[in-house]
Design a protein around this ligand. Structure first.
Ligand code: ZN
Length: 123
């Protein structure tokens, strides 16, 4: 933990895609590409490794929401199949793409806050 910076809420910085140390610089360089370092405080983002974490949460949460919508539309309106292509598919894309970046930012901010890293055996 860097004590020259006030502790930032990992939820605020992560969900907004801000630097987990200073809370001001941008965490992302593109949609999901991490910036090499914070433009504000120079913090190196090399420590960040979320792996498949955001994908798992997007799959579980998005799958629940999309399946719920599909089942609701199907059993309430009994529409033809093409209605699902026009309603459920765009909803799935919107939900999944919309959750990826905030969840990746949140996991990186929580990784920084909790000093999470690969387990190592002491020799
Ligand atoms: Zn920063």
């Amino acid at each position: 933990m860097d004590y020259e910076y006030a502790p930032q809420s990992p939820y605020r910085t992560g969900l907004l895609g801000r630097c987990p140390r200073c809370g001001d610089g941008r965490l992302f360089n593109g949609f999901l590409t991490l910036a090499p370092r914070c433009e504000n405080c120079g913090f190196d983002f090399d420590f960040a490794d979320t792996g498949d974490g955001p994908d798992v949460f997007v799959t579980l949460i998005g799958g629940f929401l999309v399946l719920g919508l599909a089942l609701y539309v199907e059993f309430t309106f009994e529409p033809p199949f093409w209605v699902h292509l026009l309603v459920t598919l765009p909803f799935a894309l919107f939900i999944c793409m919309g959750m990826l970046r905030p969840l990746k930012g949140l996991l990186i901010a929580l990784q920084y806050r909790n000093k999470a890293e690969q387990g190592r055996l002491e020799s």
